[in-house]
Design a protein around this ligand. Structure first.
Ligand code: C2E
Ligand code: CA
Ligand code: CA
Ligand code: CA
Length: 274
């Protein structure tokens, strides 16, 4: 058995080395990607369900790597969070998103994803204020999407920063709602203007129990005066169910896929509130 174990070790070691090396190579490529301007933002429209109007869009990061092709954010954002790159990268995204929104029709919202690492880094509020001032976008048009991980350690700095941003008129949205450990507890302790029901719930809304959960989240939002957005809406049936249950906003492939800045600007102009 002993020699068998050693053989296994000899078998796995090169594989482990390959993983570690691939990860290091990714970090190196990521590190030069920002100065080389390899990042870009796509924008996905968000619709008011009752009126059918597009009320804004969410900025979604893309990495166009010359060596790797287009890399999805789920593959590089966790790495950028570990290396700390997410701080300058997130600031870049915020400025870029506000710059795009500056040429959108009046009142259109821009939603930007914010990592816990950014919020804890210090100076975050200052960088938000600067991005707004530089672009001329009013604070009330900006939404910051955070996940539970931001709130998990109950840091005083994070709470203070969120309050400060909210006092300026910026909206705070709780992203991927329902997937964490204690979504309800956070609603009680943190200032939140919007919850975004995670797309896994919307996907399974054909299931009776999941449909009941979605209805309950919408009811909860209505009771608390919190706007509810459903993400990952892909079918008319899902949209009908959400409308019937009083869900305010929807986002997903049915309404529109993430698109280039120029395309989203055209869409917003065509489907804006007149
Ligand atoms: P998210 O914030 O939950 O963003 C929604 C994701 O769902 C996006 O994936 C979007 O393309 C996808 N999606 C939208 N509609 C549908 C639909 O109808 N069906 C399905 N199956 N998917 C849909 P994406 O662009 O790959 O982004 C993945 C995640 O990466 C985001 O999840 C967000 O957590 C993170 N992310 C993206 N951009 C940024 C950023 O600028 N900063 C930070 N910190 N995170 C970001
Ligand atoms: Ca989001
Ligand atoms: Ca989400
Ligand atoms: Ca997500």
């Amino acid at each position: 058995a002993k020699s068998e174990g050693r053989n296994l070790y000899r078998f796995f070691e090169p594989a482990m080395d390959a993983i570690v090396q691939a990860r290091r190579a990714l970090e190196v490529d990521l590190d030069t990607a920002l100065p080389r301007q390899e990042f870009d933002l796509d924008f996905q429209p968000i619709m008011n369900i009752a009126s059918g109007e597009i009320i804004g869009a969410e900025a979604l990061m893309r990495w166009h790597s010359p060596a790797r092709g287009t890399v999805a954010p789920d593959a590089f954002i966790p790495v950028a969070e570990e290396t700390g790159l997410i701080v300058p990268l997130g600031e870049w995204a915020l400025r870029k998103a506000c710059a795009a929104a500056a040429s959108w029709p009046h009142g259109m919202r821009i939603a930007v994803n914010v990592s816990a690492v950014q919020l804890k880094s210090g100076g975050f509020a200052r960088s938000v204020i600067s991005a707004l001032a530089f672009s001329g976008v009013p604070a009330r048009q900006l939404e910051l999407e955070i996940t539970e991980t931001v709130l998990m350690d109950e840091s005083k700095t994070v709470l203070k920063t969120l309050r400060q941003l909210r006092d300026l008129g910026i909206r705070i949205a709780l992203d991927d709602f329902g997937t964490g450990y204690s979504s309800l507890g956070y609603l009680r302790r943190f200032p939140v203007d919007k919850i975004k029901i995670d797309r896994s719930f919307i996907h399974d809304m054909g299931n009776r129990d999941t449909a009941a959960i979605v209805r309950t989240i919408i009811g909860l939002g209505n009771e608390l005066g919190i706007v509810v957005t459903a993400e990952g809406v892909e079918t008319e049936m899902q949209l009908d169910m959400l409308r019937d249950n009083g869900c305010e906003e929807a986002q997903g492939y049915l309404i529109g896929v993430p698109s280039k800045a120029a395309d989203i600007q055209r869409l917003l102009k065509a489907r804006a509130l007149h």
